[in-house]
Design a protein around this ligand. Structure first.
Ligand code: ADP
Length: 172
């Protein structure tokens, strides 16, 4: 059984994450999406909310499950009897940090390898922090996140504001 762990904050999950999850799941028998519990980072969504949102988002992918962890990633990977850490790479700016993390983790757990998937070009600009910023300012994040995430962001920030100076006709 080839099992991989895809760790992240997922605060909230974006279409960029979902693309990595879908492509990653096709490469392994089981993919564990592992939500980092790091209260010091003051996430917008609680750990339970992030898990719930992810679980709804990946429900169509039978070999993907959602879990949470705190502490060392390699300890969690070993506990789950996984041998692969899955990561997504956007720009060169991601590379330096991820390269260091991969080397550190290999040092801590030589039996675990990190596999990187390149982002799809249409998701290269997506990050959870920019999604939160756009939503908090009343912008639309449709096509950047799953529709359930859009709904959850509206619950946090209120419905999307009308564009300033434009009257938008709505169909009834
Ligand atoms: P973010 O960096 O958006 O706050 P996370 O910490 O949740 O997101 O990231 C988890 C993993 O997903 C990391 O490996 C990160 O590089 C990857 N990732 C995040 N956004 C994208 C994207 N748009 N395309 C590909 N990979 C991504």
């Amino acid at each position: 059984m080839r099992r991989a762990v895809y760790p992240g904050s997922f605060d909230p999950v974006t279409n960029g994450h979902l693309d990595i999850i879908t492509r990653g799941a096709a490469l392994v028998d089981e993919l564990v999406v592992a939500v980092v519990s790091n209260p010091a980072k003051k996430p917008l969504f609680t750990l339970d909310e992030r898990k719930e949102i992810l679980t709804k988002t990946v429900c169509g992918l039978p070999n993907v499950r959602v879990d949470a962890f705190s502490g060392l990633l390699v300890d969690f990977v070993r506990q789950r009897q996984a041998t692969i850490i899955l990561k997504g790479l956007r720009a060169v700016s991601d590379f330096e940090f991820e390269f260091q993390m991969a080397l550190l983790n290999r040092n801590l757990a030589p039996e675990v390898d990190t596999i990187f998937l390149m982002t799809a070009d249409q998701h290269a600009f997506l990050s959870s922090s920019s999604i939160k910023e756009i939503a908090s300012l009343g912008g639309t994040v449709a096509r950047m996140v799953p529709s359930y995430v859009e709904l959850k962001l509206q619950e946090k920030f209120g419905p999307r504001a009308e564009p300033v100076g434009q009257k938008v006709e709505r169909e009834s």
